[in-house]
Design a protein around this ligand. Structure first.
Ligand code: IPM
Ligand code: MG
Length: 358
């Protein structure tokens, strides 16, 4: 059976970094089918909508989606705002494809350890933010989301079943790690957080092999800077996860290198997922061969592990990336004196060669 991947390159540096991820996947010598579709500003320009129906239909029939990045200054003022790439493509994709479990690993690569703003050992972290992605304040019912010019309202909603399914995903991921989940909320203020805590406690009681603790979100933001090593899996709701995942990724010092997975429930025997770098479309450097393809390549590694259940292939890609970095190759964003500056495609080629040689 061929592994069917929908490829949504998007805008800015999205196309060029996705190209390198595909190059590396091809080096695995497996039977892939890659099928392309338009998304984001590119889709808006070509069709008038950032998420054309054909694109959604392709994602619905594929096993996984490889996603580049969307957005750019030329679409920031498109009206209505629902046709802008972020709100008009990314959020509906998450919602329509039920990608409720957003996995954002923040792992420091040893060869880039000095890039962490927390110098030395403290910056050597290995944690995962498990962010709820299809609920909360991002998706308050339209009737409650309004702006009449004088007053604006967003509503935060969570149901028990939404909390339960993301907590179970955290359990699953923790079992392959240190088995420690920190559930982050604002239960001293918010009703949704109190419901969150109640459900998480229940899931914790059902899964005694995983150690659960609760932490308030403001404290978590502080602890991430004070002692980030204490964290294994951070489980949290949509907006807290948006903020904390940026904070955690910055601690690794190499935001441009981090991948992510957004997972849904299994379709047949495969976990459907969308895989994308956490960085954006970086329009200022697009098309110049300066972008770092490593986040896209590591996202492809996550795809091998989560959707195709081929963790060894994923690890092979990760090992190839580390090997290439250890050998001193650097794209412009992580270049330092004494290393060798390479282009986007040279970096992708080097990783692909290391994968094929393994
Ligand atoms: C992210 C981004 C998005 C989000 C934006 C672009 C809508 O910040 O994926 O973290 O807030 O979820
Ligand atoms: Mg974000």
């Amino acid at each position: 059976m061929s592994l069917h991947v929908a490829v949504l390159r998007g805008d800015g540096i999205g196309p060029e970094v996705t190209e390198e991820a595909i190059r590396v996947l091809k080096a695995l010598s497996l039977d892939f089918t890659f099928e392309e579709a338009l998304v984001g500003g590119a889709a808006y320009d070509a069709t008038g909508h950032p998420l054309p129906p054909e694109t959604l239909a392709l994602c619905q029939k594929a096993d996984a989606v490889l996603f580049g990045a969307v957005g750019g200054p030329q679409w920031d003022r498109v009206e209505p705002a629902t046709l802008r790439p972020e709100v008009g493509a990314l959020l509906p994709l998450r919602r329509e494809l039920e990608l409720y479990a957003n996995v954002r690993p923040a792992k420091t690569l040893r060869s880039l350890m000095m890039a962490s703003p927390l110098k030395g050992e403290n910056g050597l972290i290995d944690l995962v933010v498990m962010r709820e992605l299809t609920g909360g304040i991002y998706f308050g019912q339209p009737r409650e989301r309004r702006n009449d010019g004088e007053l604006a309202v967003d509503t935060c909603l969570y149901s028990k079943s939404e909390v339960r399914r993301i907590a179970l995903q955290a359990v699953k991921i923790a079992r392959n790690r240190r088995r420690e989940v920190t559930s982050v909320d604002k239960a001293n203020v918010l009703e949704t957080s109190r419901l969150w805590r109640e459900v998480v406690d229940q899931v914790a009681a059902e899964n005694p092999d995983v150690k659960f603790t609760h932490m308030l979100v403001d404290n978590c933001a502080m602890q991430l800077v004070r002692n980030p090593k204490q964290f294994d899996v951070i489980l949290t709701e949509n907006m807290f996860g948006d903020i904390l995942s940026d904070e955690a990724s910055m601690i690794t010092g190499s935001l441009g290198l981090l991948p992510s997975a957004s997972l849904s429930d299994p379709r047949g025997n495969k976990v459907f997922g969308l895989y994308e770098p956490i960085h954006g479309s970086a329009p200022d450097i697009a098309g110049q061969g300066r972008a770092n393809p490593i986040a896209a390549i590591l996202s492809a590694a996550m795809m091998m592990e989560y959707t195709f259940d081929q963790a060894p292939a994923g690890r092979k890609i990760e090992a190839a990336v580390e090997k290439v970095l250890d050998s001193g190759l650097r794209t412009a964003d992580i270049f330092e004196p004494g290393t060798k500056l390479v282009s986007t495609s040279e970096m992708g080629q080097a990783v692909a060669t290391a994968v094929a040689a393994d």
